[in-house]
Design a protein around this ligand. Structure first.
Ligand code: FES
Ligand code: FES
Length: 159
């Protein structure tokens, strides 16, 4: 099998690897780097459980090839928490009761992070649009929207 060299930054750390052409970015993150926060739900771009940021924009990592990550910057939910603890966004999900089984949560968090970096004061409609590709079968979306709204306010207040 032909392997392709890639070099990319993941959560601020430079990574180099040789990967098969058909390996997805999701497989690379989970199986090579053991970053298992991004989940495989549908494997077909429909559930958003695998959402990560690629050069700051949310993508479904199950539909991106690892070789497409070459030279780019990837962020996963593992990059949200800092040495000092969970991020404002992660805590807001807990405090608003926006997590039940948690399967959708890493993808939700990364879609929300992508939104908040583009727009620090989103309307509820903009929040709903940002997570439109992320399915949750447990919590219902009101608590998730409330969590993102709360995190946006807390992050603005800290500036
Ligand atoms: S696993 Fe990627 S969108 Fe569902
Ligand atoms: S918390 Fe279970 S799928 Fe969202």
């Amino acid at each position: 099998m032909t392997l392709h060299p890639i070099r990319l930054t993941v959560n601020g750390k430079s990574e180099e690897a040789s990967v098969p052409a058909a390996m997805t970015l999701l497989e690379f993150l989970r199986e090579r780097l053991y970053l298992t926060g991004a989940k495989e739900g549908c494997g077909a771009g429909e559930c958003g459980a695998c959402t990560v940021l690629l050069d700051g924009l949310p993508v479904t990592a199950c539909l991106v090839l690892a070789v497409e990550g070459d030279g780019r910057e990837v962020r996963t939910v593992e990059g949200e928490a800092k040495a000092t603890g969970l991020s404002v966004l992660q805590r807001a999900f807990i405090e608003e009761g926006a997590i039940q089984c948690g399967f959708c949560t890493p993808g939700m968090i990364m879609s929300a992070r992508g939104l908040l970096e583009r727009n620090s004061n989103p309307t509820d409609a903009e929040i709903v649009e940002a997570i439109a590709g992320n399915l949750c079968r447990c919590t219902g979306y009101e608590a998730i929207v409330a969590a993102i709204r709360r995190a946006a306010k807390e992050e603005r207040d800290r500036r």
